[in-house]
Design a protein around this ligand. Structure first.
Ligand code: ZN
Ligand code: ZN
Length: 349
């Protein structure tokens, strides 16, 4: 067993603190990764604060599922990765591999329930611990390659924010001739804009105000509208083929559905805690769909990393030392980040 430095939450209310955790001995198919950077995802906060499913949080928990690093050691039967390879790990570290969805390469929808990077119980009955740490051991099939052409720090957020937005953009055909709107310009939203633009779609940001307009246009948006202005919904009625909603708060679904063109889709990647309601007429009038999407499979995550590396496309980040993690959490809640905090794990001493 390898004892490694980490930052852990010990309860839903206390700040995260330095901790030491054990990583399992390398099995034949395991890869030991020296983590260089780990992004801070909004879901890390929800999880450690027990906001989703408190009884299932086993404290202490080390969050982090936007992991980028270097292979330090490989198990005897590992074929996909070699020592010194640049690699990443996202939201999942294992799945059953046999159900219909796993066989399709959609491990995020594993019918047996996949093993999440932190806070899940793995095959050995141990609780998984995430990327706010110096090392992690992951089975080779869930380790992604980070190609040259993209630095590890800006690649880290691609492992959750990147794939969470890339997958629905691809599934619903964002590309040349398609009009895509992105609701919310935060960690997920800024990646959605970059990716939709890189895929060739005409991109519109729908944000509460025009405060981040310049950023939005710089990131690749063609248009930028304030949803706080009722004139926006009149001006854009029936416009979009696809709307990607990255906001986790309650929104007026009927208002957003009215912005869709014939056969358009509104897809939620943000997950508000409370149920939403809509008028079915909003769907019937225009054969519209309301959908959801969860991260992406391993194969598609690799496709996204390759796509980003070819275009030198990474997240906009602010690198922080480990002792600023709690400050960063407060700033994430205040939407005071452009657009992702990334922990430099060399500071975990
Ligand atoms: Zn995440
Ligand atoms: Zn499965």
């Amino acid at each position: 067993m390898l004892s490694v430095n980490a930052y852990a939450a010990t309860s839903p209310t206390e700040p995260l603190t330095p901790a030491t955790i054990d990583r399992r001995d390398l099995g034949p198919h395991d890869v030991l990764i020296e983590i260089k950077y780990c992004g801070i995802c909004h879901s890390d906060l929800h999880f450690v604060r027990g906001e989703w499913d408190e009884q299932n949080v086993h404290y202490p928990v080390v969050p982090g599922h936007e992991i980028a690093g270097i292979v330090a050691e490989v198990g005897t039967e590992v074929t996909r990765h070699a020592v010194r390879d640049r690699v990443g790990v996202g939201c999942m570290v294992d799945s059953c591999g046999e159900c219909a969805n796993c066989r399709k390469g959609e491990e995020q929808y594993c019918l047996e329930g996949n093993t999440l990077t932190y806070g899940s119980v793995d095959n050995e009955g141990d609780v998984t611990q995430g990327g706010y740490s110096t090392h992690i051991v992951v089975t080779e099939d869930f380790v992604l390659k980070i190609p040259e052409g993209i630095e590890l720090d800006v690649a880290a957020p691609l492992l959750c924010a990147g794939i969470t937005t890339y997958s629905p953009l691809r599934h619903w055909g964002a590309g040349p001739g398609k009009k895509v709107a992105v609701v919310g310009l935060g960690g997920l939203g800024h990646m959605a804009v970059k990716l939709a633009h890189a895929l060739g779609a005409e991109v519109t940001v729908l944000s509460q105000s025009l405060k981040k307009r310049e950023d939005g246009l710089r990131l690749g948006a063609d248009h930028y509208y304030a949803t706080g202005d009722p004139a926006t919904f009149e001006a854009l009625a029936g416009s979009f083929d696809l709307i990607v909603n990255t906001v986790s708060a309650k929104i007026d679904l009927d208002a957003y559905l009215s912005l869709l063109a014939l056969d358009g889709t509104l897809v939620n990647v943000g997950a508000p805690a409370e149920p939403l309601s809509l008028s079915v007429f909003s769907l019937i009038m225009g054969r519209r769909s309301f959908a959801g999407s969860l991260i992406g499979g391993i194969r598609e995550t690799q496709e996204m990393l390759d796509f980003c590396a070819e275009r030198h496309l990474g997240a906009d980040i602010e690198v922080i030392p480990a002792d600023k993690i709690n400050d960063a959490y407060d700033r994430v809640l205040a939407s005071d980040v452009r657009y992702r905090f990334v922990i430099d794990t060399s500071t975990l001493t």
